[in-house]
Design a protein around this ligand. Sequence first.
Ligand code: ADP
Ligand code: ZN
Length: 698
Amino acid sequence: MQKEPSTSIKSLLKTHFGYDTFRPNQEEIITTVLEGQDALAIMPTGGGKSLCFQLPALALEGTAIVISPLIALMKDQVDALNANGISAAFYNSTQPQEIQAKILEELVTGQLKLIYVAPESLWMLTNYLSKIKINLIAVDEAHCISSWGHDFRPAYTQLNRLKQEFPGTPIIALTATADRATQDDILEQLEVKEAKRFVSSFDRPNIYMDVRPGQNRINHIYKFLSSRGLQSGIIYCLSRKSTESIATKLRAKGYDAQAYHAGLSVEDRTQFQEDFINDRTPIIVATIAFGMGIDKSNVRWVIHYNMPKNIEGYYQEIGRGGRDGLKAQALMFYSYADVLMLRKFTEGTPTEEFQLAKLERMQQFSESLNCRRKALLSYFGENLAEDCGNCDICKNPPKYFDGTLIAQKVCSAVARMQEGEAIGTVIDVLRGAQNQAVLEKGYQAIKTYGAAKDISWKDLQQYIIQLLNQGILQIWFHEKGRLVLTPQAKQILFEGKTIRLANLVKDSTEEQKPKTTRSKSTRKDLFEKLRTLRSKLAATMGVPAYVIFSDASLQDMENKKPRTIEQFSEISGVGQAKLDTYAEAFLKVIAKHLDTTDSKITTHEKTYQLFKDGKTVADISAERGVAESTIFSHLVKMHRDGAAIDLHQFITSEEIKKVKAAKKVLENPDGLRMYFEHFEENMSYSKIKLGLYLPIKK
Ligand code: ADP
Ligand code: ZN
């Protein structure tokens, strides 16, 4: 396979996708694939996985196969590619035969750069695929191959044949599932153990995290929503019944909210989902099934009405917010009642114990006294050097004390027990307990036995949970919940690193002040105008709104207020295809906005400025999207106010005389239209205006 110089992938990034820079790891992944190597890309939702195979597909000769589990996802991606002027299609067994035939025809004649297919349908295409050049194979949502993973999909296991069937073709597996066991499993199953791994940070710094006790949640929600205008958001609930009742309550308060759950008909669900995606319904109140296959980038907030069942779920659900990289809010409520209900759900399931352990960890996260983001990321094995400053704990921190000594004792005990024990035994040993579990293993002989007997069992447990939330310890759920040390623990033990612990005397009556959010929801109305145009275009073209432009692109337009095609091409997300298709419509709205919102003076001054810059009246009219006669009015106004403009260049003395004569004949007519008719439409409105205004040149 040919090595591509990075300048050419940069230019593909700009011309096809409209972006100037790669996101973290994208360039490295793309280069790896272009070199013909297999790759595993682990990136959070919204991290930009698709580009990692779409761009190489364009850079290389031939067609890329993309294996994807959900039809909705395939359709969205294909729509987005087509909007960027890239030929792609998806194939599945539910399509009408004539559509399938057409796609296959395009495929074998090499017209498609990418073909999306579900794993179940892949092997039906073998005959066709053998006729063409396959440049790469992308396995999207690759965790579906692992029975460890949360979305196991049997047909994915058949993908182990890929490497044999297409030995020279690079395979790129992509997922947002972080845990190491699943990662290893993916590579093993796909038989690409040598694949290069790229693990991106799972941090989503634009999401503000806030966790509150569950009392009075509906009122908290009203308050939360009151400043959010028409922003899109999702409220997750545990039961169908509560989705309905919350949606009803919100509607009674005047919010446009729709309940969504598995009990609705397929048609309703499709409809509600589409209304949400296309910004017609701003609020969805849903059971967690909602959002699975949704690729909506401008979800501005996510509320958990109930505590999720594990941290993976929480992370995934809040991750549906802010995929465009703009600010988003995640608000979660938790209560003991939620915990009890979730426990019930696990009862009698084969993995009950495992699930309960994860549930407990979720509860610990909810009650965290340490930076939420640190806690969340440490759960995924990632260390955040500083507290994030963008969560409720950071905004409203508890009192801390120097917890280094306690941490050293705990870490040392864990180390001396060979990282083999779960939290309960660790506490017992530290407190010098005499029970069987301790004595049988001879733990009374280790140095830290009884080292923390001055701390109560409960408090010690709370401190250890803080160590978990700070990423100093981790729980290995797959291995009986044993505690293991992270690299930070080693720094505490051997390198003199100090840490803080939060005081446990937490005032539970302290009402959490509603946070004043920085992001003003009342947008300047240009954004709204752009949004309206986007919706209109989306409806006409039958695609989701974000396929036209993401919110991030609209925001960039709002900030830069482009006036020309060249300026428009600088907007993030504007590649050649979108420039050709949409620039004109969006420029018009922007120009009109500038004209109507600027005060009269400024708009005149702006025209004058452009005029002084040497632009012709026609140029200015085109650039500002207003009629030439209006531009003349601006110039006349500026002239009247004393600006040095030679207006005589636009009209001859002869013409001025004619206009003045007409005024006499028409006996002071009101309106220019009478002049226009008087001259039998042979004198432009602009000239009539000028003729009335200007003196006859001597
Ligand atoms: P994922 O599949 O990882 O959830 P996507 O591939 O859908 O994420 O990308 C999320 C968003 O980020 C999309 O709107 C995409 O166009 C945008 N994006 C991807 N790469 C870049 C980039 N290099 N610069 C700016 N935006 C990007
Ligand atoms: Zn924080």
